[in-house]
Write a protein that binds this ligand. Sequence first.
Ligand SMILES: [Zn+2]
Length: 339
Amino acid sequence: MPKSDNPQLLLEWARDLGKTNPFLDLHVHPYEVLTGDVGFNPDPQIEGLFNKGLFQYHPPVLDDINPTQPIPDNQRGLLLAARLTYNHTGPKVLTDQIDLAGLSGALLLPVARTAGKAEEMLEVTQKMFEKEARLFSGCALPINIQPDKLADFFRFARQRNRIRAIKFHHNLTGIDPLTKKGEELTNAALAAAGELNLPMVVHGGRSPGLEPIECREYGIISRLATVDWSISTAPVILAHAGCHGLTYAESIDALSILNNLFEKHSNLMADTSNLEPSILQLVLEKINPARLVFGSDALYVPIWKAWLRFLQSLQLVSTHPDDDLISIASLNPARCLSL
Ligand SMILES: [Zn+2]
């Protein structure tokens, strides 16, 4: 049986290579991104587990990797799905997932949509995760901040909360890179990221179901292509390889724009997170592995499932799966985080 059909063989293959090349997931959301709700209570019995409500925690198990839950295409559906996904969070939930997949660490990417939320998330994240050395904290872009205050904000967060990355989500924050205000904020965030040597993860693609409707496409790649990513000297990672919520045909166009951007901006990278298998395979065919990092988009996609799909896709399309796996999931992410 080929490896690509057998989850256990795929995991064993990776585990073996992971002994000398620790693997990282650079796209994990510790909180639900629509509401940014951080109202979790520590579990009285289980160390590192944080709960919302009284749902019992079930550690993750390997399951069928194929069924995909479609992204709901309306705000109500999105909120409902999110509530079910985020009954629990915390270091226990995330390390259970990375352990099951055989990874060594993950980058946490909170997203803020209202003023004061990014600040609140910094404090909550530090308290919740500071004892867990395998989880690296990212910082949400703060809302309603003047562009010229961003560098100080991130500098303080790096000192006080030991942030390792910045998350910028044009759709969820309602920032249109084509407006003057959006351009100023994006450029100021990039300048700050470069100055502080912090990688920046930028959502790439559509956000189906998001309201207001016009925000759904602020982060599509044709808009992001107008940004001067070289303003930052640190790595900038376009999440979902710019293909979130796109059809197969749209993804072909997006990846060709992405390849042009790679030629222009040597600091630009892309992550593999939350793509349907056919589009993930397209990404692995069209994009130079030197520009890719592995990401899951947990908890929306369980880390083990994203990892298995990624391993399966590599086995199907790569001519050098060992080398590509090591580049995409170990060397490139470690370089992005300056590990
Ligand atoms: Zn995400």
